[in-house]
Design a protein around this ligand. Structure first.
Ligand code: SAM
Ligand code: SF4
Length: 531
């Protein structure tokens, strides 16, 4: 750094300095049940800390405080971002791969960047700082992200002041870090999923250290609350409720990249939802790799309780959740969903396979029969529910007979939609070490057969809605046509309706006129503001 407050770099805070500022928060008042369980909540294994206290301790050491505009500034009024970059109004761009958890993480990264005083760039090419938030679930996602790292080498050559950071699930794997060290020395900063809340300190290091800064934590030592979040425009918001996963499906890298299951305290989740409602958000999606495992260490308070309490928050109209695991889906949870009008009638229940052999090899913890019993409960208690799933084909040793079991399960359930994948071996998972005699072309041929069947079912399900009028949340203009708006039904079906931006972001009713495999077409039947 040529200039800025970091001229006194010798007094840079030690990496541990930030961690000393810890502040435990109590549960929110007003939730009697939660208060009654206060004693149980104390037993949480992982401490809870407040972001603002940690960030403030670090920033104070550098001579920065939070200005009236919500940006860290020094006494001369210079933003932290300007001081870091040594130039006026630097901008940042965050690119995201993967699931909703990664999208939510990127919103927290961007929120921190804006608080530091970075502007938002529209692309990597325009930015002074580029963050790549990566996904490791399948080989293709990993390859895309690493391909982008390679592509940005040229950008850094042309604009040497640019800083490039790589984070997310992929960087939790030591082999990725080794790869980046060896093949991508143009990367300035590598961090992981467990320390993304430490961005101010990480960037400080990335700007002052000559060599690549690598700071990846093996596990989450604490749960950090109150991160500044830059939410996408509109009425919908993500809310993390549980981090990590303890399931250890034999094909899945997530327990390695996201660590042990940690539930947020109910009071913290509810406080966030209440704050969102106060800001005008009307739909929340409760997030986790396995949301219905929520509650471990919370003295008997579980995901059904959380749904009930979130449904009590005034101003919130629709509640969604993803992803739920069939093994942890109790009849009581289905009953709760059935009895709470705000909880949308969409069940995403990843089945992965219809064969009991394969389910056992995958360590899914349920059988075809128990999965079908769950589907029966859903059909019985929430008759018009949309049911979607994830399926993996070509798992090691999957036979043609196993695969046919998957096809027959797909027929039997009649999923409204399915995300289908060819098995992708992931280093460090149990299945990656197993012999896999199924040739690649057989796997791809199975995927094509499965998709053909599922597309026909999806189309039939959509066609059954033609002529009906359904509740929708109208979102923004469609990407392909500015005169068309996208909307979502409670069952999470995509509906395209004619309309301009003045009709965006409102609840309405739409009459369905036509159906395709992935989308419905219709028209709004309410005047704007009537919903
Ligand atoms: N936690 C969720 C569950 O168990 O239902 C799924 C989360 S995972 C990020 C999303 C989906 O990716 C999984 O349901 C699975 O179908 C797919 N997936 C995960 N690992 C995979 C692998 N190694 N190869 C192919 N697909 C995979
Ligand atoms: Fe992966 Fe299984 Fe955990 Fe889902 S439940 S994140 S598939 S290990």
């Amino acid at each position: 750094m040529a200039e800025g407050p970091f001229a006194h770099a010798a007094s840079a805070p030690s990496p541990g300095a930030v961690g000393r500022a810890r502040a435990a928060r109590g549960t929110r008042p007003g939730h009697d049940r939660l208060r009654a369980e206060g004693a149980a909540l104390q037993r949480l294994e992982i401490p809870v800390v407040a972001y603002e206290a940690r960030a403030q301790a670090f920033m104070a050491e550098l001579g920065f405080s939070l200005g009236a505009d919500g940006v860290w500034r020094d006494r001369a009024g210079r933003s932290y971002a300007e001081a870091l970059a040594g130039r006026g109004r630097p901008t940042a761009f965050v690119r995201t791969w993967g699931c909703q958890m990664n999208e939510a993480d990127s919103e927290a990264l961007l929120g921190q960047l804006l608080q530091m005083g970075f502007g938002e760039a529209g692309s990597a090419e325009e930015a002074d700082l580029v963050l790549l938030n990566t996904c490791a679930v399948r080989g293709t996602a990993a390859e895309h992200a690493l391909g982008e790292v390679g592509r940005l080498k040229e950008l850094k050559r042309e604009r040497p002041h640019v800083r490039l950071a790589v984070c997310g699930c992929l960087t939790q794997m030591p082999e990725t870090v080794a790869y980046l060290r060896e093949r991508a020395p143009h990367v300035d900063l590598v961090f992981g999923t467990h320390n993304l809340h430490d961005l101010p300190r990480l960037l400080y290091r990335a700007y002052v250290e000559e060599a690549m800064t690598v700071d990846v934590w093996e596990a989450a030592p604490e749960t950090v609350e109150h991160l500044p979040v830059r939410r996408a425009p509109g009425l919908k918001a993500w809310v993390n409720v549980i981090y990590g996963c303890d399931k250890h499906c034999t094909y899945c890298i997530v327990p390695r990249t996201r660590g042990r299951e940690r539930s947020r305290r109910p009071g913290d989740v509810l406080a966030e939802v209440e704050a969102l409602a106060a800001q005008g958000y009307q739909e929340v999606t409760l997030l986790g790799q396995n949301v219905n495992a929520y509650g471990k260490g919370l003295g008997g308070y579980d995901f059904a309780d959380l749904l009930r309490d979130v449904a009590r928050v005034p101003g919130i109209r629709w509640i969604r959740y993803t992803t739920s695991h069939p093994r942890d889906f109790t009849r009581r949870l289905v009953e709760t969903i059935a009895s709470e009008p705000k909880v949308c009638e969409h069940f995403h229940l990843p089945v992965q396979s219809g064969s009991d052999h394969v389910l056992r090899w995958m360590n899914r913890g349920y059988t075809r029969a128990s999965y079908l019993r769950l589907i029966e409960w859903v059909r019985e208690l929430v008759p018009h529910a949309t049911i979607t799933t994830d399926i993996i084909v070509g798992f090691p040793r999957e036979t043609e007979a196993d695969f046919r079991e998957t096809l027959s399960l797909v027929e039997e359930v009649g999923f409204d939609n399915a995300f289908t994948f060819v098995y992708s071996p992931r280093a460090g998972t149990a299945a990656a070490r197993w012999e896999d005699p199924v040739p690649a072309e057989v796997k791809h041929e199975r995927l094509a057969r499965l998709n053909e069947l599922q597309y026909a079912i999806s189309r039939r399900k959509n066609e059954a809605l033609v002529g009906r009028t359904v509740e929708v949340l109208v979102e923004g203009p469609s990407r392909k046509d500015p005169h068309v708006l996208t909307a979502r039904t409670r069952g999470n079906r995509l509906v395209l309706v004619p309309g301009g931006p003045e009709q965006a972001w409102r609840f309405a009713r739409a009459r369905i006129a036509a159906a395709e495999t992935w989308t419905l077409r219709g028209e709004l039947v309410d005047a704007p503001g009537a919903a």
